[in-house]
Design a protein around this ligand. Structure first.
Ligand SMILES: Nc1c(C(=O)O)ncn1[C@@H]1O[C@H](COP(=O)(O)O)[C@@H](O)[C@H]1O
Length: 161
């Protein structure tokens, strides 16, 4: 059983969603990755969402671009928390993806990240922080991660005059 599911609307989203998986690998968090589309594979999307809780997922990270209905539709079918990643689209640069994911009606939340790779990375980190609520080892690693981040910023500015 994996803690997290990373799903995406198309194989073309993988270049972006890999950022989330890289973070989960770094923190040694188990995850499954799947291509699931609300538009193209609605039956699979329905079955995946309905089974998510009994499959033991604690968080679902869902990335999609354009008319990005996947995160919201999955969120409507499960109470497992969903983090939506707006994948950058060619024509509208991901503004379409962002607005499709973020503007959920009251009652069905999706935690929406920034557009593209930084958003996918943060989705991985946010999922890690959620897992960290009940896992002290993960919390410890998160503190170390923040310390490394702080140090790299401070060091980068050391000789900046
Ligand atoms: N937004 C969705 C959904 C969905 O929301 O269910 N399924 C696929 N897509 C998106 O279509 C874009 C183009 O897909 P293709 O590259 O396969 O044509 C992808 O970014 C995908 O997430």
């Amino acid at each position: 059983m994996s803690d997290i599911a990373v799903i995406m609307g198309s194989m073309s989203d993988w270049d972006t969603m890999k950022e989330a998986c890289d973070v989960l690998d770094e923190f040694d968090i188990s995850y499954d990755k799947k291509i699931v589309s609300a538009h193209r594979t609605p039956e699979l999307m329905f079955a995946f969402s309905k089974e998510a809780e009994e499959n033991g997922y604690k968080v679902i990270i869902a990335g999609a671009g354009g008319a990005a209905h996947l995160p919201g539709m999955v969120a409507s079918l499960t109470t497992v928390p969903v983090i939506g990643v707006p994948v950058e689209s060619k024509t509208l640069k991901g503004m379409d993806s962002l607005l499709s994911i973020v503007q959920m009606p009251g009652g069905i939340p999706v935690a929406t990240t920034a557009i593209g790779k930084p958003g996918a990375k943060n989705a991985g980190l946010l999922a890690t922080q959620i897992i960290g609520i009940t896992d002290e080892t993960i919390r410890h690693k998160l503190h170390e991660y923040r310390q490394t981040l702080r140090n790299s910023v401070l060091e980068s500015g050391e000789h900046f005059e």
